[in-house]
Design a protein around this ligand. Sequence first.
Ligand SMILES: [Mg+2]
Length: 230
Amino acid sequence: MRGPAVIFDLDDTLYPSNSFVAGGIRAVAVLLRDDGFTDPDPCDVLMEVLETEGPFSLFDSAFARLGVRRTPELVSRLVAAFRAHSPSISPYPGIVDLLCSLRNHGVGLGLVTDGYPQVQRSKWTALGLGHLFDAVVFCRDIDGGDHPKPDPFPFARAHHLLGEPDSVVFVGDNPSADFPAPDAFGWRTVRVCWPEATHILDGDTVINRPVARNAAELRAILSRILDFPS
Ligand SMILES: [Mg+2]
């Protein structure tokens, strides 16, 4: 046994996922321009769709505005470019200091992240936080197996890799994906609601779950739970 430990989600918890999406859009726009779609500019259209409608119908809405005919070949080419682009992303303000403080107080750090494993790995490498973490679990590639959240298996795997600490806090942003397993395990949890995060308006079945809107609030909540100076 060892502990305590804090396990984090990645997207919209440690860094803003919109910054990754913006990079993917730039890569997609290059291909659309090469295909002759230059007026209006594909990057402007895609960014406007992202801001007004969110990421979920990005291509379909942008195709309509650009006059692009949707074909399976085109979509697979654009999706491949989106996923393969080199992320230009950074942690949220104050996150690196907080992670360092937690480590300095003997708190183990873990990551449980969902999504396409190659994409999640490229994000994780770009963020440069790996040296601070004791356990990193990619839900869609655990010994080759696919265990998307809210499957409890990746959470249990992170707990095991951290040496099965008695005291665990899970920090995430997506109520329906991030918290069912930690709640079932009896872990403490903190919801982060960073500005403009994808799930900021999602309902949560646990009404008294602590919520942090910035790194200072997250530090204060973790300090209280884990009893270290804020
Ligand atoms: Mg997330």
